[in-house]
Each structure stands twice: as C-alpha cells, then as structure tokens.
Design a protein around this ligand. Sequence first.
Ligand SMILES: C[S@@+](CC[C@H](N)C(=O)[O-])C[C@H]1O[C@@H](n2cnc3c(N)ncnc32)[C@H](O)[C@@H]1O
Length: 188
Amino acid sequence: MSILWEFLKNPKRTGAIATSSRRLARMICSEIGVDSASVIVEYGAGTGVFTEEILRVKKPDACFFAIEHSPRLARNFRSKFPDTRLFEDSAENVAEMLAEVGQEQIDSIVCGLPWAAFDEPLQDSLLNATLSSLRPGGKFATFAYLQGLLLPAGKRFKKKLAQSFSTVEKSPTVWRNIPPAFVYRCTK
Ligand SMILES: C[S@@+](CC[C@H](N)C(=O)[O-])C[C@H]1O[C@@H](n2cnc3c(N)ncnc32)[C@H](O)[C@@H]1O
C-alpha cells in the first residue's frame, strides 16, 4: 500500500505523493520531548515512517497511539505495527480517543496531516481539537512542504498556528525529502 495510490484515490485527504523521508521523521520527532513524554499521539500515521521514529525514541512505558483516517492505510498500519494502538478515525475526535485510553492530556503530538490541502473549517476543527487535548506547555510538531507556503491554505495555516500557540518555531529545511519540507514546532 503506497501513499501515491492513496493520493490518487483521495488527494485532498492524503496531500502527499511520496512517503516522508527518515530525515524528516527524525526532524519532526526532535525537540518536542517525544523521548520524555508520558502521553504521545500521532496524527495521520499513513505508512508509519513517523511511527517508527516515535517507537524508537519514546520511553518504554509512555502511552502512545496513532490516528489514521484512511481504512486502507489503517489496515496496512495494523499489520506493520501489531502492538501499537491505532484509531481509524479523524484526528478531530482525539479527545474521545484520549478518554478511551484513560488519559486526559497529551504531552507531545507528532502530526503528518496535509494542512495545505485542507479547507478552513477542517483546519479550525483540527486545531481546536488539538488545543483542547494538549496540556499547557505541551508540544505539537507538524510538517509542511516548501511549495505549500505559496498556497493560500498553507499561508492561512501558518497564520493560524501563530494565533493558536504561545511559540512557533520553524526547523531547517529537509532538502532530501520529496518534496523538500520543514517542521513547525509549536508550544501551547
Ligand atoms: C501527507 S500523508 C502523511 C503520511 C505519513 N505520516 C508520512 O509522512 O509519510 C497524510 C496522512 O494523513 C491522513 N489523514 C488525512 N486527514 C486525516 C484526519 N482528519 N485524521 C487522521 N488522519 C488523516 C491521510 O490518510 C494520510 O495518511
């Protein structure tokens, strides 16, 4: 199961034609406390490149679950990571999933969602759900393609991040990703 196939079937939800690189996975999981967090959530796990990195660096006893909206990718994820909890759902419903695993707040969110492909109501609903589930001081990391900064939805998302979080930092560009991308690291 490839991201390209999923993109051809549902471009607006998938937002990528290639799986993210390991370099981008390392970048998105660094400096947001994944290694010390007690509760970690991944949005839009896709083929699991970020999941592998989270599993590599997280504390053995951390609570971690992933969310993936596409039934095909969710099926694939379950066979690849049989011991990792996955919700086949929209990240908009993260609060219900958190309650289901017996937790109240998230320390670190690693997000693979294609924000520049989303309309404004969906961006708002995902950001509101994120802010209500993240603990004060909690970290949220998401990636963006360089060319996405030129799209109206990409520009709008950048503005919304600045309005929603107390700090937003931009990582160096990962040039060896296809296409080149960078990470927004945000603190609530
Ligand atoms: C750009 S792909 C990233 C996949 C993977 N993390 C990577 O970097 O290769 C975006 C993923 O987000 C999923 N997705 C889109 N909207 C979603 C939503 N509202 N909730 C959860 N997952 C969603 C898509 O199905 C897709 O797998």
